[in-house]
Design a protein around this ligand. Structure first.
Ligand SMILES: C[C@@H]1O[C@@H](OC[C@H]2O[C@@H](Oc3cc4c(O)cc(O)cc4[o+]c3-c3ccc(O)c(O)c3)[C@H](O)[C@@H](O)[C@@H]2O)[C@H](O)[C@H](O)[C@H]1O
Ligand code: UDX
Length: 468
């Protein structure tokens, strides 16, 4: 094995195989760009359908090669389903079953490429397949360290009695030594964690899969930084008794071939004053499943009286967002409100000067994107991990507000309207506080050398790992 690194004579050969969700594939690709910038070669495994969205984000096509994987049809999944965008949230485990069936194809690829390193997060058989070809494995986690520390460490193990669901109170208990009293779930929120211990046909439970990946890999990596989540990273490291490598925020930055925002959005956004538009986006998967809750979100934005752009996937059972709109909504908001059910260039919309507020489901990718923007941030988290991200943003960093929900999980149009107004109205105390804190954090994260420093250190850890 020769010398490694940007100044060395040879580069590392890396394979990436992320979970089949855009919230995972996107940061894996951003990290690939950072490693390619240092001269390393990457083969990126992904389903065919994801190519359209990911190809424009590949900044080093000479070094990053996309290799499409056939995702088998599994009974119960919608026909042609390949990514989380094609699957309702409650069926996501079947996509995991499908991913497991790609093992023979991945094995063949490893034998052909013989990589030095394999990055993965969900396919727990990767270490078994990588070892015979001499590759080291990195479990790269793109969710918050807080979410992993709360529920995906050995100390969080739970006994499921007779296949019964656990109570919210039981699930809300933090594992021994968990380092925060603020980034926690309330009992009614913790119920969303039940899926982790649920036994499913054809695949182990989520908790077992994740703990196995982190136990069996050669290194654990997390897309985060010490400044925001140091204590959670230390806790994970102590739980698994291995070092945790941090990549930092891993955002693409501005590159010469950075693509442009589609003209339809440029033209529409240009009609409004700087900082006046509310952009609401809920990620790549259909997450708001109940149609009345879906409509309440729209009605809440309508009530703000502000211009808004909503990018959201239709709820389960409805094929387009248009079909799910509240009655008379389109006529009432004509000229100031748009709803879009397709893929939108989220980071570029957030960068647009007319956009002043981001209403988000608080996936971890959007969380970083919002921190790097100048927008006020309003959070409507849907599931466990997103709720924890939201607590990090509201309770620890104090850069955002969270929309209030009732005990049954429902949020009203009024609570959404109030949250948006609390950050958008001039002179609002809350609005000023979160803006000040957000500015401070942005200065830290955007400071020259901050993100690059993380990547330099990360690259060195990988080189040491490969040589070990
Ligand atoms: C209904 C179930 O769906 C499937 O999983 C749901 C989503 O899981 C996301 O990943 C995580 C979620 C959570 C969480 O909700 C609460 C937590 O405290 C921690 C996590 O962690 C993760 C996670 C962590 C680390 C990692 O490397 C991961 O790959 C994930 C995921 O982002 C999203 O795409 C899923 O839709 C699941 O398949 C389950 O079996 C279903 O029942
Ligand atoms: O229309 C879209 C949707 C998404 N995106 C981009 O795609 C990326 C993925 O978005 P999300 O993080 O919301 O992705 P997902 O919906 O797959 O989230 C999933 O994985 C990451 C976790 O933190 C989330 O909680 C989980 O739901 C974002 O960085 C976003 O900028 C778009 O550019 N356009």
């Amino acid at each position: 094995m020769g010398a490694f690194g940007s100044n060395g004579s040879s580069s590392m050969s890396i394979v990436m195989y992320p979970w089949l969700a855009f919230g995972h594939m996107t940061p894996f690709l951003h990290l690939s760009n950072k490693l390619a910038e240092k001269g390393h070669k990457i083969v990126f495994l992904l389903p065919k359908k994801a190519l359209t969205q990911l190809e424009p984000l590949n900044l080093y096509p000479n070094l990053i090669t996309f290799h499409t994987i056939s995702i088998p049809q599994v009974k119960g999944l919608p026909p042609g389903a390949e990514t989380n965008s094609d699957v309702p949230y409650f069926l996501t485990y079947l996509l995991r079953v499908a991913m497991n069936q790609t093992r023979p194809e991945v094995e063949t690829i490893f034998h052909t490429i013989k990589p030095d390193l394999v990055f993965f997060d969900t396919a727990d058989w990767i270490p078994e397949v990588a070892k015979p070809v001499g590759a080291k494995t990195v479990c790269f986690n793109i969710v918050s360290a807080a979410a992993i520390a709360l529920s995906l460490v050995p100390a969080a193990e739970r006994k499921v009695i007779d296949g019964n669901e656990m109570s919210g109170e039981e699930l809300a208990k933090t594992p021994l030594g968990y380092p925060s009293s603020k980034v926690v779930l309330r009992a009614h929120e913790a119920k969303t964690l039940n899926f982790m211990w649920k036994k499913r046909e054809g695949t182990a439970c989520f908790f077992d899969v994740k703990v196995t990946t982190m136990r069996n890999c050669d290194a654990i990596a997390i897309r985060t930084c010490r400044e925001t989540e140091g204590k959670f990273c230390d806790y994970i490291s102590s739980q698994y008794n291995k070092p945790v490598y941090l990549t930092g925020p891993v955002l693409p930055g501005t590159k010469p071939n950075h693509h442009l925002l589609e003209s339809r959005w440029v033209e529409w956004l240009a009609k409004f004053n700087p900082g006046s538009v509310v952009f609401c986006a809920f990620g790549s998967q259909p997450v708001v499943d109940k149609i009345d809750q879906f409509q309440e979100l729209f009605l809440g934005l309508e009530s703000t009286g502000l211009p808004f752009l909503i990018a959201i996937k239709p709820p389960t059972g409805v094929s387009t967002v248009e079909e799910a709109l509240p009655e008379g909504f389109e006529e009432r908001v004509q000229g100031r409100g748009i709803v879009f059910g397709g893929w939108i260039q989220q980071p570029l919309v957030l960068d647009h000067p007319s956009v002043g507020c981001f209403v988000s489901h608080c996936g971890f990718g959007p969380m970083w994107e919002s921190l790097m923007s100048d927008c006020q941030i309003v959070l409507v988290p849907q599931h466990g991990e997103q709720i924890l991200n939201a607590r990090l943003m509201t309770e620890e960093m104090e850069v955002a507000v969270e929309v209030e929900r009732e005990e049954n999980g429902w949020f009203s149009r009024r609570s959404l309207e109030n949250a948006v107004k609390s950050v958008m109205e001039e002179g609002s105390e809350v609005g000023e506080k979160v803006r000040k804190n957000h500015d401070k954090w942005k200065c830290v994260l955007a400071e020259s050398g901050f993100a690059d420093g993380y990547i330099d250190k990360f690259e060195q850890s990988l080189i040491d790992l490969v040589k070990s």
